[in-house]
Ligand binder design. Structure first.
Ligand code: 5GP
Length: 186
């Protein structure tokens, strides 16, 4: 039994999940909490441990899986990503909206565990824009960008399984769309 509501925010790398959430949380939203995932990926220069991700080693990650500390996890590219279970349960119990920012396999798994969760897909206006965004970020190697693009094309096919779709053309519009969706479940 959960009091709150889980909102899964998913879509391909480069669609703008991070930018939209960052902008969204610049304004205070009472009763809305974003989960902080575990990852074994090295931190990017601007990322803070415990805020953007909990950066952990592969050993620690595997321990967490074994001990039942993760709600769902996936291997994306060369790294593990997973949602810590306890804080999500805790915030849901308080009746809050919990936002998970995860890739599409994780999103599908969450729908199985929490059938009343809300799945929101964010998509770039076109594949060309997606590629441009991935490159302009300048944080990944060419090899990593190719890998991300390949995954992204597959992820885009999942759009139809979602409750809501946000087209991220103008950031401000996408943020307003997310805000409207979240409010409709509060
Ligand atoms: P990035 O390396 O760009 O931060 O993340 C790569 C992908 O993994 C993104 O699509 C991101 O949303 C996803 N991701 C981040 N945390 C989790 C998680 O806890 N579980 C799952 N399944 N995917 C995650």
């Amino acid at each position: 039994m959960t009091g709150g509501r889980l909102i899964v925010f998913s879509g391909p790398s480069g669609a703008g999940k991070d930018s939209v959430l960052e902008e969204y949380f610049k304004t205070e939203h009472k009763g809305v909490w974003k989960s902080v995932s575990y990852t074994t990926r090295p931190a990017r220069e601007n990322e803070r441990d415990g805020i953007d991700y909990n950066f952990i080693s592969v050993d620690e990650f595997e321990d967490n899986i074994r001990n039942g500390n993760v709600l769902e996890y996936t291997k994306y590219g060369l790294n593990y990503y997973g949602t810590p279970k306890a804080p999500v349960d805790e915030h849901l119990k308080k009746g809050e909206i919990v936002i998970l920012k995860i890739e599409v396999n994780g999103a599908a798994n969450i729908k199985k565990i929490y059938p009343d969760s809300v799945a929101v897909f964010i998509t770039p206006p076109s594949v060309e824009v997606l590629e441009k965004r991935l490159r302009s970020r300048g944080t990944e190697s060419e090899e990593d960008i190719s890998r991300r693009l390949e995954i992204a094309l597959k992820e885009l096919e999942n759009k139809k399984n979602y409750d809501h779709v946000i087209i991220n053309d103008k950031l401000e519009d996408a943020v307003n769309d997310l805000d409207r969706i979240v409010r409709s479940y509060q």
